[in-house]
Design a protein around this ligand. Structure first.
Ligand code: ZN
Length: 388
């Protein structure tokens, strides 16, 4: 039964608050939550209400891909709408290491889609440029094309930012390159967040990068060497740098439970979830031959690996709310905390100020069913309008 059918006035709904567990009446007005009032009645069959998810790193979904060029006209608009079914109301399309021309083409296409469509403009919290100023080394480089990896270049970055109409909001880089510190200072001063990732930097270089303005760790624990010196190393150092917020891929395959637990304990309120989903996310299990690289296999469990090397992952095929479920299933945190790691915290991180879900907040939210640790998105609202 939807709220429309429940005989409640338009712009008003009843649901269980995801943090307090209490039944609330929510009043919407002008795209915002006007009022949230606690009700003294049985919750019954009401859904849970929670803020829309925000994915800081997503490459693709259901055959759509921001790194397969050309980006078809209308694709980002379709992408925005497809994510509503997954409870995602904001996201950062992620463009990875490529030639300068290809980066320009990708970011320009995303910017054009934002200019053409109000929903996409609202949903895209910025572009995440992952590369090409990352480590050239096998291991840390991950699946990024070695031919296009290069040292940081402020002139180039400015050209990309211009093509993106200023929409690049996060850049993932490795501070191992000479000139990194100066570049990080300039990028940070321009209002773009520097994130450390795909790195083989020394602990000292990590420290200097954080001091120069870097604020985030991209999928901490992944995009790394298989073997590391016990200490110091770039993982310990990123854990220890309090100013670095940490992103984790909690898809059940990228990080073992102990690593998720440690990152969460060390980072506390600064631990966040990302999907890092690729275009095969949301697709049926089977063997695929995607645009880049060789054949890959998507297992019925949702693990995506290279066909000829099953021990090597080929990206994530799990959407963000699966990561939330995974954190709950492992009993690493409560439902509310897991949900916040993928919604309120990334908003607080991007905005640089504490964001909350209540009166005055944007009416971007989901109504969902909870069955133990399993979640099901019932409805998604954007600016107070039911879109899914
Ligand atoms: Zn990556």
């Amino acid at each position: 039964m939807t709220n429309d059918a429940a005989g409640i006035k338009p712009g008003m709904l009843k649901a269980i608050h995801y943090e307090s567990g209490e039944l609330v009446q929510v009043e919407l007005s002008g795209g915002k939550i006007e009022r949230m009032t606690r009700l003294d009645e049985e919750a019954g069959n009401q859904p849970w209400i929670a803020p829309g998810l925000l994915d800081l790193q997503i490459n693709g979904y259901r055959g759509m891909d921001f790194n397969t060029l050309p980006i078809a006209s209308g694709m980002p608009q379709q992408f925005t709408r497809a994510l509503w079914a997954e409870g995602v109301t904001s996201y950062m399309p992620t463009v990875i290491t490529n030639s300068s021309e290809a980066i320009i083409e990708a970011v320009a296409a995303i910017a054009a889609a934002c200019a053409a469509d109000a929903y996409t403009d609202h949903a895209v919290a910025g572009i995440h440029l992952e590369g090409p100023f990352i480590s050239p080394e096998d291991g840390p480089r991950g699946a990024h094309g070695k031919a296009f990896v290069r040292p940081p270049d402020w002139e180039l970055f400015q050209r990309w930012q211009e093509a993106a109409q200023g929409r690049i909001k996060i850049i993932t880089l490795s501070p191992e390159w000479p000139g990194s510190i100066e570049f990080i200072e300039k990028v940070t001063a321009s209002g773009v967040i520097v994130s450390i990732g795909h790195t083989s930097a020394t602990a000292e270089q990590i420290r200097e990068a954080a001091a120069a303005g870097a604020r985030m760790s991209t999928h901490l624990g992944n995009g790394a060497h298989l073997m590391l010196p016990r200490h110091p190393n770039y993982i310990w150092e990123q854990l220890a740098q309090d100013r670095l917020w940490a992103c984790m891929i909690a898809d059940g395959f990228h990080l073992p439970e102990s690593v998720l637990k440690v990152i969460l304990k060390v980072k506390g309120e600064r631990a966040m979830l990302v999907s890092d989903a690729v275009q095969l996310a949301g697709m049926p299990a089977g063997e695929y031959a995607p645009h880049i690289g060789g054949k890959v296999v998507l297992t019925p469990e949702g693990r995506l690996h290279l066909a000829d090397q099953p021990n090597l992952l080929a990206g994530s095929a799990q959407m963000l709310f699966r990561g939330v479920e995974q954190m709950m299933r492992l009993k690493l945190c409560t439902f509310a905390e897991a949900w916040n790691m993928a919604s309120i915290r990334p908003r607080t991180f991007l905005n640089g100020k504490e964001m909350t879900f209540g009166a005055g907040a944007a009416a971007d939210f989901v109504l969902l069913d909870r069955n133990g640790d399993s979640l099901r998105i019932r409805e998604t609202y954007v600016q107070g309008v039911k879109v899914y």
